[in-house]
Design a protein around this ligand. Structure first.
Ligand code: 13P
Ligand code: SF4
Length: 304
């Protein structure tokens, strides 16, 4: 089968199996092209919770499929590549978090969705990169523990008037971006807007004109009168930025902005997943009950 035939077969099988094809904004272009829905972590969680499809095929990484399984327990959630993980999510364990909670017994635990269900189950509320500041501001507490991303943690701390204790995790992809690379690009394109994801280190965020989640970048680029954008996040974002804004130019400041886990899923993997209805992602009921609460609390925070 050639690529077009594989795509047609995927869509046919999705229809026959009442399956929703979801893809994160960092997925390969061809996966985003055929997905029914693309989005950031928050948008995909919301859609997982409300879809009436029986099967959710999550083209992304493990914690995302796990969140979908938590929010849609009656549905079958499949992750085409079972080995698509997130190194940042692996930087915190439930046991490690329990120890940190003992150090700060009065702090409310705010956990980035880039974490396992077991870690969520030890938390009070979740956040994503698009609602993190809002979630922390909404809390009736002056002390928070922000887990696991130190960069998102420092960004939140700069935006709220609360005592923030920050876990030392990070995204290896965003961490690779250097100040020198951004400055070089800014010098070459003095009129460009620099948009950066809050997973970037603080010294990069200091240089940014706009800090937002992946979907926030689509909204910002569409409404901005600027013509050139330097994009501080994973390269998968370029597919929709360029498709939706053909008159604008989008440049990556580094060729290291690639998440190997997000790039694992191929059309062939997606086809095999639909043919075999596997691999399935499930969460044990005890963990799921506690972890779901943290996502439900996040989704209940009004959006600004
Ligand atoms: P968002 O899509 O929420 O911006 O998250 C980025 C990310 O790193 C997901 O792994
Ligand atoms: Fe994890 Fe970073 Fe990859 Fe997102 S981009 S899945 S945070 S490693």
């Amino acid at each position: 089968m050639n690529q077009d035939q594989i795509k047609a077969r995927i869509l046919q099988l999705a229809e026959e199996n009442n399956a929703l094809l979801m893809a994160h904004n960092y997925q390969r272009d061809e996966i985003q092209e055929i997905a029914h829905i693309t989005g950031d972590s928050l948008a995909l969680s919301i859609e997982a919770a409300r879809t009436d499809k029986e099967v959710i095929i999550f083209c992304g990484v493990h914690f995302m499929a796990e969140s979908a399984a938590l929010l849609a327990p009656e549905k079958t959630v499949l992750l085409p590549r079972h080995d698509a993980g997130c190194p940042m999510a692996d930087m915190v364990t439930a046991e490690g978090l329990r120890e940190m909670k003992q150090q700060y017994p009065n702090a409310t635990v705010v956990t980035y969705v880039n974490s396992s269900a077991a870690v969520k189950a030890e938390s009070d509320i979740c956040c994503t990169s698009s609602n993190a500041v809002n979630v922390v501001r909404s809390l009736d507490t002056d002390e928070v523990l922000l887990v696991p991303d130190r960069n998102l943690g420092h960004y939140i701390a700069s935006q709220v008037d609360k005592t923030c204790h920050i876990w030392e995790g990070f995204c290896p992809t965003h961490e690779r971006l250097s100040v020198a690379q951004v400055e070089l690009m800014r010098d070459a394109h003095p009129d460009a807007i620099f948009m950066a994801h809050p997973e970037c280190p603080p010294e990069i965020l200091k240089l940014a004109d706009h800090i937002c989640s992946t979907s926030g970048m689509y909204e910002y680029a569409a409404q901005s009168s600027a013509k050139t954008f330097i994009v501080g996040t994973e390269m998968g974002i370029l597919y929709r930025l360029r498709t939706e804004n053909p008159d604008k130019t989008f440049i990556l400041p580094s060729d290291g902005l690639i998440c190997p886990n997000m790039k694992l899923t191929s059309l062939e993997d997606l086809l095999e997943c639909l043919e075999t209805m596997s691999p399935r992602v499930t969460v044990d009921p005890l963990t799921a009950e506690k972890a779901r609460l943290t996502l439900d609390r996040m989704l209940a925070v009004p959006r600004d």
